[in-house]
Design a binder for this molecule. Structure first.
Ligand code: NDP
Length: 241
């Protein structure tokens, strides 16, 4: 996986999985454009890997569209930024549902439209990876808005793969299980709940951010040149249980 001379836009690059993706890409020669909300994270990442940085709240569609055009042109796109909320189906509010859809589904749509329009206009091939979740496939209690937003992201990924694939732009999703990042600590801090999840993972551990980042890099690169439209679990076998 060699990204020398390639420019890659990574959303949510400040922390967790997105940061591991940005670090992995930079280590393989990529010029990273890091886009996230917290300026402080962008500063530390810039000091670490020398990336270009853009601060934006992806819940704001107009600001996201402006950031997408500021970020381009790039060779590859990783839609990684995401957020969660812990509400049962009966309690989830319209505001929460709208917020998670805005960040987890609509922002990837806006970013991908800008990316793909540029690639197509210039007659160039490309690749997009959307960071989804096993929550797309499983009805986890208290994750109504999150599961819905990731299910929608996977559905959109398939349409993108169908339409954009015909223009030489491959689009795939990765679907991690619990991955040990700040967001996972928020969602899985209850030991009883995490023990139940761990028991369902044959490999006996949660994912590390690098486990997910390595798969994202593979799907972006030439080695995955015939892979288009998949939702790839990165889950230690969780999905077979
Ligand atoms: P983290 O919370 O560790 O990092 C998320 C990153 O996305 C942060 O840099 C965060 O910035 C950014 N982000 C979140 N909301 C916004 C926003 N509105 N605008 C701009 N940037 C934003 O999460 P993870 O690394 O765990 O998650 C990365 C992706 O992986 C997400 O899509 C998540 O759904 C998915 N995932 C994670 C799993 C896990 O167990 N960790 C499991 C399965 C999927 P800031 O901190 O400034 O808000």
């Amino acid at each position: 996986m060699d990204f020398k001379g390639k420019t890659v836009l990574v959303t949510g690059a400040g922390k967790g999985i997105g940061r591991a993706i940005a670090e992995g890409l930079a280590a393989r020669g990529a010029n990273v454009v890091a886009l996230t909300r917290s300026e402080a994270d962008l500063e530390t990442l810039k000091a670490e890997i020398g990336c270009r940085t853009i601060a934006v709240d992806l819940a704001d569609a107009a600001a996201t569209a402006a950031a997408a055009s500021e970020a381009g042109p790039v060779d590859f796109l990783v839609n990684n930024a995401g957020t969660t909320a812990l509400d049962s189906f009966l309690d989830v509010s319209v505001e929460t549902m709208n917020h998670l859809l805005a960040v987890n589904t609509i922002a990837p749509m806006i970013m991908s439209q800008a990316y793909a329009r540029d690639r197509i206009a210039r007659g160039l091939k490309g690749a997009i990876v959307n960071v989804s979740s096993v929550s797309s496939f499983i009805g986890f209690a208290d994750h109504a808005a999150y599961c819905a937003s990731k299910g929608a992201l996977d559905a959109m990924t398939r349409v993108m793969a169908n339409e954009l694939g015909r223009q030489g732009i491959r689009v795939n999703a990765v679907n991690p299980t619990v991955t040990l990042t700040p967001m996972a600590v928020k969602a899985w801090s209850d030991p009883a709940k995490s023990a139940g999840m761990l028991n369902r993972i044959p490999l006996g551990r949660f994912a590390d951010p690098k486990d997910v980042a390595d798969v994202v890099l593979y799907l972006l690169g030439n080695e995955a040149g015939m892979i288009n439209g998949i939702a790839m679990p990165v889950d230690g076998g969780f999905m077979i249980n």
